[in-house]
Unconditional design. Sequence first.
Length: 95
Amino acid sequence: NDTALAESICLRDEELDILYENIFDELLLIIGNKPEGDQATAQCAAGLLWVARHLARIGDHATNVAERVFFMVKGERLKPLLEEKRKTLSENKGG
């Protein structure tokens, strides 16, 4: 019944998605800067990418649960409410 927690989970998932994108980009740079045949680095990077991707998927699943809980408690969809809050915050910051 904690709708504030549901909102928090959805916002944190966005942070997790951004983190995944950053990790992905960094690992591509690492792999691209290694000499050909450096299999150990490639394997390590692939493993880290696998872990990062699955953590992002866990966040997606947690978000789905949070959205369903929010709907069951409030009878409203969470995504449109969060988008409206983001828009308001953006307008307030931007002037």
